[in-house]
Design a protein around this ligand. Structure first.
Ligand SMILES: Cc1cc2nc3c(=O)[nH]c(=O)nc-3n(C[C@H](O)[C@H](O)[C@H](O)COP(=O)(O)O)c2cc1C
Length: 206
């Protein structure tokens, strides 16, 4: 990795995707007005119909890319059903894109507990109150549920709901894209046959 932390170096020379991703995320944290960790998450339902929505990346390392959600939500059911997902980051201020895909595992209970405990109290109550992705008859029903759980957990720790946890995408492909003049963008894909296997690096036409 270049001493500059890759910010000004030629990223196509890099040979390790996680360090490169870390460097690009650090750059995004400096230049994106909000949510540099916001990422489009693509899933597929039981009929092969794709689906996409934003989530927040809550961790990553050589084992994969982690996000948290309600496992009974639409995305939760789709990920649990297909055990595959894809992500696409777009940092507009940097004119950079990173996409990745792979098989998905569930984070450990200890990891989910630690992250859940770090969330603001209101978010922990919200995880109990929201039947994410299911029909809501009106805003009042949600506010009532929030009031009920606020009263229920008025004192002491708020336990993590059994249906709320994290998924880890273990990438078999990570592609880095950087805008260049005349649409002659730089594009490099790191691919491997199996998660935890060695990476093959491929430069691609834009
Ligand atoms: C910037 C942004 C970040 C979001 N982060 C999350 C997240 O980390 N987890 C989550 O469950 N929903 C998150 N959401 C809401 C989802 O996009 C989505 O509306 C919700 O999870 C229901 O999706 P589903 O019905 O496909 O399961 C976020 C939305 C936005 C716009």
């Amino acid at each position: 990795m270049s001493e500059s932390g890759l910010t000004s170096g030629d990223f196509t020379e890099e040979n390790e995707p996680f360090a490169l991703f870390a460097s690009w995320l650090r750059d995004a944290e400096k230049s994106e007005p909000n949510d540099p960790t916001a990422v489009a998450l693509a899933t597929v339902d039981d009929h092969g119909m794709p689906n996409v929505r934003m989530v927040l990346l809550k961790g990553f390392d050589e084992h994969g890319f982690v996000f948290y959600t309600n496992f009974e939500s639409q995305k939760g059911r789709e990920v649990l059903g297909q055990k595959k997902a894809a992500m696409c980051f777009h940092w507009k201020s940097l004119r950079r894109q990173v996409r990745l895909r792979g098989e998905v595992g569930v984070v450990s209970d200890a990891e989910a507990d630690a992250y859940y405990a770090s969330r603001p109290r209101g978010s922990r109550i919200g995880a109990w109150a929201s039947k994410q992705s299911r029909p809501l008859e009106g805003r009042f029903a949600l506010e009532k549920a929030v009031a009920e759980y606020t009263a229920k957990y008025a004192i002491g720790e708020i336990p993590r709901p059994p249906y709320w946890s994290g998924f880890r995408i273990k990438p078999i492909s990570i592609e880095f894209w950087h805008d260049r003049q005349f649409r002659l963008h730089d594009r490099v894909e790191f691919r491997r046959a199996v998660a935890d296997g060695p990476w093959e690096k491929v430069r691609m036409y834009p």
